[in-house]
Design a protein around this ligand. Structure first.
Ligand SMILES: *Cc1c(COP(=O)(O)O)cnc(C)c1O
Length: 461
């Protein structure tokens, strides 16, 4: 039998490659800290790299060497303790290890028929997340690839629901649907609106950055007729500000409008005692998302998408095709039916395994310790002559200014740190002014690391 891909040939060569890759993964996981590493221009990479995708192949050993020597160092380690820009990721070893198991297990995570065991375990996590929010036990959903897909899928279900209700009442759908969100909401909300061909009403938020129900109503001028959803943010990416979810739910309910909470980064804050109160009102929402790869210590990529009433999502999202009937004509829980996707990796399993390993309590503590570091560095900033805190942190994002610095000063400072491999802390912008921002989701990001960073801002430029 021809076997050009050498499948299941267990000779010395395959064993050696397998061990080499396990060794690499083991060593990488044990680096403390890992090198920060950084990208490089295309032309430089092109000059360093031979052709790799060739008719004859270059062999696994050679490919692995190129990855280890050139490609990996040209990709930032987002788990470096001084990587504080964007939203870093700091997966537990348990979750990384289990990600390898998920790959080796060849599980189709789209249907109960094919993936019952995996889907059962994923659903245990979703059930736990829903319960933490205070949703009823009938709530449920699915892990999708990221917050963008999660927001899209939730809003598609919300619009479907609104249209079903209009149809049932014998009414026409509006010519243009609208959603409402804060003007500090994540860019994915506007993108999803473009994809869905709907309009977005942006609610201006004041100095606090927190959108409330009355502000939503005011932005609409009381005209809710063509609105099918309010998207609240459970922790803005830029500031970690949690909208006033309870008042948004109260206002939206008066108009029978769906409330979705985009908590891709911040809903993890619901697990820590000190930040839990910010999430009052979550028990009244219709859907929410949270990305385990942001602040729940899991590897890329996953987003937990949860619906109060999953049957609406199922009706909105189930794909019908004759070859799928055996999968979809059942009452079983088919993850494919709850979002814009079909084939899927059981990408909730790394979080499941890590939660099962460490217990929820350890997660609460880890998230709380990130909050504590954020509050401590905010106090250091308040106490520093050369610095100014832009807003009090609600979660684990801290935004501040270096008094007297121009955009060029910030960039020069950040480039130096980046070039030296010490830290990734890029200037951001708020209301057109340059600011600095620490996003703290890594237990290895200690207060000492951050104090060193803010001290290095004392220099005059
Ligand atoms: C990161 C983020 C998203 C997008 O999530 P992806 O997983 O990157 O698609 C959406 N909303 C918020 C608030 C985020 O922080």
């Amino acid at each position: 039998m021809s076997n050009p891909l050498r499948m299941h040939i267990h000779d010395d060569a395959t064993a050696a490659l397998r061990e080499r890759i396990f060794d690499y993964a083991r060593d990488r996981m044990q680096l403390d800290p890992p090198p920060l590493d950084k990208g490089m221009p295309y032309a430089e990479l092109r000059a360093l790299m031979p052709d790799t995708v060739t008719e004859k192949g270059i062999g696994g050993d050679k490919a692995m060497s190129l990855f280890g020597d050139i490609l990996a160092p040209a990709s930032m380690s987002t788990d470096h303790p001084a990587m504080v820009s964007f939203i870093p990721v700091a997966p537990t070893e348990a979750s990384i290890l289990f990600d390898l198991v998920v790959s080796a297990s060849c599980i189709f995570g789209g249907s109960w028929l094919e993936g019952a065991g995996a889907v059962y375990a994923e659903n245990e996590v979703l059930k736990f997340l829903a319960a933490e929010a205070g949703l009823p036990a009938t709530a449920g959903g699915v892990f999708v690839s990221g917050g963008t897909n999660g927001n899209l899928s939730a809003l598609v279900a919300a619009r479907f629901d609104a249209e079903q209700r209009l149809a049932a009442a014998g009414q026409q759908r509006p010519t243009r649907w609208r959603i409402v969100t804060s003007d500090e909401a994540h860019s994915s909300v506007a993108h999803v609106a473009r994809v869905m061909d709907i309009d977005v009403v942006k609610v201006p938020v004041g100095d606090t950055g927190r959108m409330s129900g009355p502000e939503v109503d005011a932005a609409l001028g009381g005209n809710w007729g063509d609105v099918f959803a309010v998207v609240a943010t459970g922790g803005t990416t830029n500031f970690g500000i949690v909208d006033d979810i309870a008042s948004i739910v109260a206002t939206a309910k008066e108009h029978n409008v769906w409330v979705h909470v985009d908590g891709a980064y911040g809903i993890a804050g619901m697990f820590a005692p000190s930040t839990k109160p910010h999430f009052a009102g979550m028990d009244g929402v219709d859907s929410f998302i949270v990305d385990p790869h942001k602040w729940l210590y899991a590897p890329y990529d996953s987003c937990a998408l949860i619906y109060r009433n999953p049957s609406i999502a199922r009706a909105a999202h189930t794909q019908h095709a004759s070859y799928l009937d055996v999968l979809t004509d059942t009452d079983e829980w088919n993850p494919s039916d709850f979002a814009v996707h079909l084939s899927r990796r059981a990408r909730g399993l790394p979080l499941w395994f890590s939660l099962a390993t460490h217990g929820v309590g350890a997660y609460r503590e880890a998230i709380e310790s990130n909050n504590t570091v954020a509050r401590d560095i905010a106090q250091v900033i308040r106490d520093s002559e050369h610095l100014e805190l832009v807003r009090d942190p609600m979660l684990s994002v801290v935004v501040f200014r270096r008094k007297g610095w121009t955009q060029e000063d910030y960039s020069a400072w950040s480039d130096d740190l980046w070039e030296s491999g010490k830290a990734a802390c890029f200037p951001s912008k708020f209301k057109g002014e340059p600011v600095l921002r620490f996003a703290i989701v890594n237990p290895r990001t200690t207060i000492d690391i951050l104090v060193e960073l803010v001290d290095s801002l004392k220099v005059e430029r």
